[in-house]
Design a protein around this ligand. Structure first.
Ligand code: GLY
Length: 392
């Protein structure tokens, strides 16, 4: 645990939160429940950006890529916290989160894909992750509608899913029930910083004072005025296009999340089947494109041809808040009283319990868990200082 100076942490600070997504609502819930006066300011409707666009996979194991070993520890810690977090939040909010623990199956669409899948499997095994190699036939016994061309698969029983839109509804309700105040359609124009100390925010030309400010505006977190460069979280939007099909709820064509080359398919209890997602460096371009939709449908059809018969329910675009190293940015900044929770990239839903608990604990008493310490904004400033040193 790291202790911050006590004068930054009044007993029950007044808190202004910029951003009403999973981070803003969740941290706001914990702070309001602890007796803080908390206001969440959301430029649109609460939880309707990345939190809403996500697929809700809790896939700490199969989503791990080479170079993400440090992040894996954080992801596994949050994944382990999910069942208790879900139970608590459901009890507080009265909202069913649709948590499902059937596991995830990663499949090779063709014989050629099997070698790449084998490499990834060996990598995951080398990290000690609980994954199991299956033949195509074994995979089809688990999911009978998989295409005959599926030649191999990896089963990950520890990777689960939750309905992220239910999570948003639950956090919204828990926040309000705890006494938090939510201001939707309210754009924060600036964060007020004086002499290295956060003093509040500016909305509609008015100053609103606060003891602490939490910047949790997802992909928009870099663009809030008033924050000195050293405290601006370096995040950018990473576009994802997503399609939802409708299965018959009583006769779903799959029971567990399935990953294939360039696609994941996430079945919900109500029969929704989510196909995601493209990964595009297009800034805040919110267009659904023929190419994006075509690639998702083609990749999904290759491994699950029965999708051809399913009606399209909805299509959308979301913006992952992605940092320079794809890891989240959590905790204090060089500005006293200004705290950040953003940069979750592909793992916002997975990291929700850990983010909510660690950041709210820091804001209440100045303690930061060891797991979270390496993920502070300071790591980017250290990079910049080292680079400047090398250039001298
Ligand atoms: N975690 C899945 C995605 O970002 O598309």
């Amino acid at each position: 645990m790291t202790n911050a100076p006590t004068d930054q942490f009044p007993d029950r600070p007044t808190v202004a939160i910029v951003g009403g997504g999973i981070c803003g609502l969740g941290i706001g819930w914990r702070l309001a429940a602890a007796g803080c006066a908390v206001d969440v300011f959301e430029k649109g409707k609460a939880g309707r950006e990345a939190s809403w666009a996500a697929a809700g996979m809790l896939a700490a194991n199969v989503e791990t890529e080479p170079g993400e070993e440090a992040l894996l520890a954080l992801n596994l810690e949050s994944q382990a916290a999910w069942p208790d977090f879900a139970t608590e939040l459901e009890a507080v909010s009265g909202v069913d989160l649709g948590y499902r623990d059937e596991g995830i199956l990663v499949v090779a669409a063709h014989r050629d894909d099997a070698a790449e899948l084998r490499n990834t499997y060996e990598f995951h095994r080398s990290l000690g992750l609980e994954v199991e190699w299956l033949t195509g036939g074994q995979a089809r016994r688990m999911e009978p509608h998989l295409a005959p061309g599926v030649s191999a698969a990896v089963s990950s029983v520890k990777d689960h899913q939750v309905d992220n839109r239910q999570l948003v509804r639950a956090l919204h309700e828990a926040f309000l029930r705890s006494g938090g105040r939510l201001h939707e359609d309210t754009t924060v124009e600036a964060i007020d910083v004086e002499a290295g100390q956060a003093k509040g925010i500016q909305v509609a030309g008015q100053r609103r004072e606060a003891d602490m400010v939490l910047l949790a505006a997802g992909a928009w977190s870099y663009d809030i005025d008033g924050v000195p460069p050293v405290a601006r979280p370096p995040v950018r939007p990473l576009k994802g296009q997503v399609i939802a099909l409708q299965m018959a709820p009583r006769a779903p064509i799959i029971d567990r999340v399935i990953w294939g080359p360039g696609i994941y398919l996430v079945p919900r209890r109500d029969g929704t089947l989510i196909l995601g997602a493209t990964v595009e460096e297009k800034g805040f371009d919110s267009d659904l494109t023929a190419g994006g939709v075509f690639r998702l449908l083609e990749a999904a059809w290759e491994i699950l041809p029965q999708i051809e018969e399913l009606p399209i329910k909805e299509m959308w675009v979301g913006f992952r808040p992605t940092s320079r190293d794809d890891a989240p940015i959590l905790g204090p900044t060089a500005v006293d009283g200004l705290v950040v929770a953003t940069g979750h990239h592909r793992n916002g839903v997975l990291l929700a319990p850990l983010t909510i608990d660690a950041v709210s604990a820091f804001m209440l008493d100045g303690t930061l868990s060891e797991a979270v310490e390496p993920f502070g904004i300071g790591r980017f400033n250290a990079d910049a200082a080292a680079k400047a040193g090398n250039e001298e």
